[in-house]
Structure formats: structure tokens, C-alpha cells
Design a protein around this ligand. Structure first.
Ligand SMILES: Nc1ncnc2c1ncn2[C@@H]1O[C@H](COP(=O)(O)OP(=O)(O)O)[C@@H](O)[C@H]1O
Ligand SMILES: CC(C)(COP(=O)(O)O)[C@@H](O)C(=O)NCCC(=O)O
Ligand SMILES: [K+]
Length: 260
């Protein structure tokens, strides 16, 4: 084996891959290289050039089975000497305090592992992963995953508006663009609604989770493709962590290695 690990996060929009140095002992490891491709039409051609000649050890979390199958098919064909572990909740250094841990998206759980590595130990954390869906999840002070909420992401909501009406077009909500709240034409009204319903929904969930907890205020951690659009509008202290899910997968890989 080389000193490189591969972490794979198969989401519903993108497959995100991170390469990690085995000696990265930071609380939340950071990838030395990243690669992303579409989950619906994956193309791994350019990934080969990022990989060492020696076999590497892959750890995969997936919430999209076709994307996962495509990754596994590519790996078997292009990297037959590598080893590959598809992780379940039982492989994570995480207490999952819900009735059916096996039903929780592995990206949500890996993000919780990552959040536990960086949060202040005396504070719980709320994790907002803004991807295809927006998930808002809570980890307790003792590090256990308590559950949360699942909301359509902005792109998904935009597609639903266009797909289930006759007159509405499909639009995108761009980074850096804070729309006017009072939209004076169709596009502006859609931009406002998509953006502020996501911002407001996340804010309401944070408020409700916080109100339900006694003790210190939770730390708020953003991740995912749309984090940069939402986090600045929260008007509360929060951080955006790139590669939170991949970092959580790398922690799981490191923990498994240490106990194998
Ligand atoms: N270059 C990009 N390609 C695809 N989606 C992007 C890009 N930049 C930002 N996004 C946004 O990020 C979201 C996908 O985030 P991501 O965290 O990759 O999702 P998932 O984990 O569901 O695959 C999309 O809904 C889109 O709004
Ligand atoms: C909620 C999700 C769709 C989010 O997926 P993503 O936006 O990261 O593609 C995914 O975590 C999932 O399919 N979860 C399974 C159900 C659950 O978490 O309870
Ligand atoms: K998500």
C-alpha cells in the first residue's frame, strides 16, 4: 500500500473524491487532492492521473446507488490492485442515537464525524449540508448523532417549480447574488422564494434545535455545494468547512486502520 487513502462521497449531484496522506494526524484531515464528477454521468478519466502507482485503500460513503455502482465498476477496471470498503454506520466512530441508524444517509453521519473532530468539546453542533438536499443535523455534547431535518436543496426546488408548473422556467440561484425579497417579475419572484425559503428554513431549524437543547449554544457548521450561498445570510456565528464529509470518511479510515 502507498501512503495515500482515497475517500469517496457519492451524493445525488456529485461524486466527491479526496486523496489523503496516511500520516495526516490533524483532528479533521484535509485532502491533498480532490476530484469531483457528476453522479448521473460520471467520468473518472482524469482521476487516474491523480493517483499513485501503488495500490491505495478506498473508503466510500454513498447515498446514490447508481453513482456508487459506477465508481465501483471504474475502480475494479482501472485500479484492480486497490482495496475498497463501502462504509456503513457501524464503521464510523460515531454513536448514532436514532432507532434506525442504517437508514440515515452516510453523508450525514460522515459529516457528523467530521463535525465532532472540530467542534468545541463543551458545545453541541448543528451541521448544515447544503447539497442536492439540505440536511440540518444535530450532534450532542457527547458526540452522538441525534437526527435532524431534510429539506429540498435550492436546485431541486427550482426544478420542482419548473417541472410541475406550465409557466415557470428553470432558474439557478448564483453564489454572491442576494436577491431582492420582493420580486417584481417571475424570475425575480422565484429567485427570492427559492433563496429566502432555504435561508429561512435553515434558520428556523437552527432556532428550534437550539431551543430544544439545554446548555451551551450549538456551534453551527456549514458544508456542501451551496454552503457559500446560505452561510453568509444566517446572521449568526457559523463556519463553513470544505470537505467535511470527506474528512469524516478519512477519520473513519484512520480509526479502522488503527484498530485493524
Ligand atoms: N460546479 C458545480 N456543479 C454542481 N453543483 C454545484 C456546483 N457549484 C455549486 N453547486 C451546487 O451544489 C449543489 C450540489 O452540492 P453537493 O454538495 O455536491 O451535493 P450532493 O452531495 O448532493 O452531490 C448543487 O445543488 C448546486 O446548487
Ligand atoms: C438526505 C439525503 C438525500 C441528502 O443527500 P445529498 O443532498 O447529500 O445528495 C441523503 O443523505 C439520503 O438519501 N439519506 C437517507 C435518508 C436519511 O438520511 O434519513
Ligand atoms: K446534503
Amino acid at each position: 500500500m502507498s501512503g495515500v487513502w482515497g475517500a469517496v462521497d457519492v451524493g445525488n449531484t456529485s461524486i466527491h473524491i479526496g486523496l489523503f496522506a496516511a500520516e495526516d494526524s490533524r483532528p479533521l484531515p484535509m485532502p491533498t487532492q480532490t476530484f469531483s464528477t457528476s453522479s448521473a454521468e460520471p467520468d473518472f478519466a482524469a482521476l487516474i492521473n491523480l493517483l499513485p502507482q501503488q495500490p491505495i485503500d478506498w473508503h466510500v460513503v454513498s447515498v446514490n446507488r447508481p453513482g456508487q455502482a459506477a465508481f465501483e465498476a471504474w475502480r475494479k477496471q482501472a485500479r484492480s490492485g486497490d482495496s475498497c470498503h463501502v462504509l456503513t454506520h457501524a464503521d464510523l466512530p460515531l454513536e448514532v442515537a436514532v432507532a434506525a441508524p442504517e437508514k440515515v444517509g452516510m453523508d450525514r453521519l460522515a459529516a457528523a464525524v467530521g463535525a465532532n473532530a472540530i467542534r468545541q468539546p463543551q458545545r453541541p453542533a448543528i451541521i448544515i449540508d447544503a447539497g442536492s438536499a439540505i440536511t440540518v443535523d444535530l450532534v450532542a455534547v457527547d458526540g452522538s448523532f441525534l437526527g435532524g431535518a431534510i429539506v429540498p436543496g435550492m436546485k431541486m426546488a427550482a426544478r420542482a417549480l419548473a417541472g410541475q408548473t406550465d409557466l415557470l422556467p428553470e432558474i439557478t440561484v448564483d453564489v454572491g447574488e442576494v436577491p431582492a425579497a420582493i420580486g417584481t417579475d417571475t424570475l425575480a419572484a422565484m429567485r427570492s422564494g427559492l433563496y429566502f425559503s432555504a435561508v429561512g428554513g435553515v434558520r428556523e431549524l437552527i432556532a428550534r434545535f437550539t431551543a430544544q437543547l439545554a446548555g451551551p449554544t450549538p456551534q453551527v457548521i456549514f458544508a456542501g455545494g451551496d454552503a457559500a450561498k446560505l452561510a453568509p445570510q444566517m446572521s449568526l456565528e457559523c463556519v463553513t468547512i470544505d470537505h467535511l464529509v470527506l474528512g469524516g470518511v478519512a477519520i473513519a479510515a484512520r480509526t479502522a486502520k488503527a484498530t485493524r
